[in-house]
Design a binder for this molecule. Structure first.
Ligand SMILES: [Ca+2]
Ligand SMILES: [Ca+2]
Length: 412
């Protein structure tokens, strides 16, 4: 019997040189010499894999590790079925359209996969602390790439990233893309491959999920994080739907658009009063002047909840040494808050185009806020009347005149 047939058919040339192949093959062949006959071996070669679509799912992809001596690209496979899977004959396809790579898992190296188990296929070595199944020729392109797991004619799972299709985005250096743990079924729970899954079922690995010495982030071989779905924010340790405000639930009560001296977008801010409980997540602050508009999306994974009666400060920076000594801010815009000087309007708008609050204060003043009169209580509609605004006069709260985060002073 020609036992070399199995190896040469199913193991890549380079695989034969791998220590694991060298170590494993004699053991398996020895067992086979005792237990198999010639027919057994040839049928082992021919036995097709036995996986249906969804039996194995791609749960994590690291296509762009930080450059290092041992730079291991990898992806993670998960067994959501209630049975142990044999992976012999499973074909993995990766690479890029111009440089495709293909690998068939040989029977001799079939690692198998228990229910709920994860297998990390990497282009490193089995002792690198990441790779659970070595495919040295694998390469995962950063962009416009597709990873396919095939069993015979069946596509068991397929994930594309970086292109127009929903799913993971372009590879980010040092961070894996993870399928949300909430989108991964428990063993035995049926789930068809979600090729049309919304982007939000994938997200980048968490900031604290560092797995190697170069600071790469991901969870190779371990559970993934739970990604937020559209419209969700993190409240403590859990995600919940953000409570979008309706028109009149919020009021813009104070605007500081013109710091003394040279304008610094980190020093500008607006104040928002909650008429009813709401989350600010997903709203945009829109500043209009003449025919121009600047839009500042309020992007935060944490829920920015304000309770009825509370005042929130949205600022160009959260750092008191940079923002002019503001009290703690509710939200800081990453790129600052460069509001128009002079006559301009402000509004809070939802992504759906609903205007929740508007403000039409008189032209900005250098070094002082525009402040909505508190008497009578600032109804949202009052902010649309320029005569209801006056200059902030209180000193000592920050490096300017006004009351950020505190009730407004009466107007003269
Ligand atoms: Ca993982
Ligand atoms: Ca105030």
């Amino acid at each position: 019997m020609d036992v070399d047939v199995d190896v040469s058919i199913s193991v890549d040339k380079e695989d034969r040189a791998r220590p694991a192949a060298r170590l494993l093959a004699p053991a398996v062949l020895a067992a086979c010499l005792l237990a198999c006959d010639g027919a057994g071996i040839s049928s082992a070669v021919a036995v097709p894999c036995d996986l249906a679509p969804g039996d194995l799912i791609v749960t994590e992809i690291m296509a762009r590790p930080v450059p290092a001596d041992r730079r291991v690209e990898w992806f993670e496979l998960f067994n959501p079925t209630p049975r142990r899977l044999d992976l012999a004959g499973v074909v993995l396809e990766a690479g890029s359209p111009s440089n495709p790579r293909k690998h068939r898992i040989p029977a001799l190296l079939d690692p198998g996969l228990d229910p709920g188990g994860r297998l990390v296929v990497g282009n490193g070595l089995l002792d690198d602390g990441i790779t659970g199944y070595a495919w040295p020729q694998m390469m995962l392109a950063d962009d416009g790439a597709t990873l396919t797991v095939r069993c015979g004619a069946a596509v068991v799972d397929r994930v594309s990233w970086g292109g127009a299709e929903p799913g993971p985005g372009r590879a980010v250096e040092g961070v894996s893309w993870q399928r949300s743990s909430r989108a991964i079924p428990s063993p035995g729970q049926s789930m068809v491959p979600d090729e049309g899954a919304p982007t939000a079922t994938w997200c980048l690995a968490a900031n604290d999920a560092v797995y190697d010495a170069t600071g790469d982030r991901g969870t190779p071989g371990a559970p993934n994080r739970d990604c937020p779905l559209p419209g969700e924010c993190r409240d403590g340790n859990a995600w919940r739907a953000a409570a979008a405000p309706s028109e009149g639930d919020l009021a813009l009560t104070e605007v500081f658009a013109n710091p003394a001296g040279a304008d610094d977008p980190r020093k500008e801010w607006v104040e928002v009063l909650a008429i009813r409980d709401a989350d600010l997540n997903g709203l945009s602050l829109v500043n209009r002047q003449g025919g121009h508009a600047r839009s500042f999306p309020i992007e935060s994974s944490a829920c920015l909840a304000i309770r009825a009666g509370d005042l929130a400060v949205l600022a160009g920076s959260a750092d008191p040494t940079a923002n002019g000594g503001l009290p703690p801010v509710t939200h800081a815009f990453e790129a600052g808050l460069p509001l128009y000087d002079g006559l301009a309007t402000l509004s809070l708008e939802t992504t759906g185009g609903v205007t929740v609050a508007t403000a039409t204060p008189p032209p900005s003043l250098e070094g002082a806020s525009r402040s909505l009169r508190p008497d009578p209580a600032p109804a949202p509609a009052a902010a649309s009347i320029p005569g209801n605004w006056c200059a902030g006069t209180r000193a000592g709260v920050f490096d300017g005149l006004g009351t950020p985060g505190a009730p407004n002073d009466p107007c003269p």
